[in-house]
Write a protein that binds this ligand. Sequence first.
Ligand code: BJW
Length: 264
Amino acid sequence: MSKGFSDILVQRLARARLVMVFTGAGVSAESGIATFRDPGGMWSKFKPEELANVNAFLNNPSLVQTWYKERKRVVTEAEPNAGHLAIAAFERDFLERGLEFAVVTQNVDNLHQRAGSKNVIELHGNLARNYCYECKRDASDEEMNTASDDEPVHCVQCSGLVRPDVVWFGEQLPYQSIEDAVDAARRASVCLCIGTSAVVYPAAQIPLMAGEEGAYVAEINIEPSAIAYQIDESIQGKSGEVLPALFEAYKEAVLSSNQSINLN
Ligand code: BJW
């Protein structure tokens, strides 16, 4: 356990057929993106009930659109960090070995995709996209950028309000994303739960489901999450530091198991 993670985890990763990574805002903290609930996080300035729900949007669309526009600017200027890159490297290695890998993310910042992760399942949408609240038509970046901050953006076809393609409180998660996440959770041999407080449902059910279905579940977080005592291992540390070390340990374990197969 000298690096903070157990040999059991490394061995389980080296023998896994499908690894599921479940991420939250903490994985992007080292890219300079504020988390939601940490001190100084996004909601120390705005309460969730003020901005992340449909009533807030309908009551004050300009405020909500401007908040999301600013967050989109921040995430677009940010770069994937060592944690995102290690997750993408894990996936590449698994695919090269003919195995499966899934990133189930609550994040809306696109940083997993920009780091090179391919099989990314977005549970709470993506800030990069906007659509009309009325006719559901996708709105282009151009439409969003031409509007001023004082006036809410309206759909050029039906004049409905344009909203970010994210999941607010009280809204259903995208059906296909839930299906894909549940499928990965049911079949995963290992689940790495990274940088999430695990207080938002139904998302937080996904790593718990993986554990119930037999996966070894380990979290990486600077402090224990709400589900820390329901899983197999809680690793305390920054994801941008723990994940690269875990990837190196996993590669060594794979190499030594291949060598022992060749010797036998
Ligand atoms: C580091 C680090 C470093 C920092 N390294 N770690 C069951 C029980 C109770 C309530 C409910 C329930 N089921 C549903 C609900 C209601 C509600 C809910 O969960 N409420 C709870 C908060 C009480 N859920 C919903 O409303 C969901 N919808 C729903 O259930 O619909 C049902 C329905 C059925 C039929 C018809 C209609 C509806 C929707 C939830 C949507 C969540 N949306 C948000 C906003 C997205 C848009 C936006 O970005 O603005 O998603 S809320 C926010 O929380 C965001 C996040 O994805 C989500 C999770 O947060 P996350 O990622 O965990 O961030 P933090 O800040 O909480 O934690 C960061 C962590 O990182 C911390 O632990 C740090 O320690 C750590 N960290 N630096 C490693 N360097």
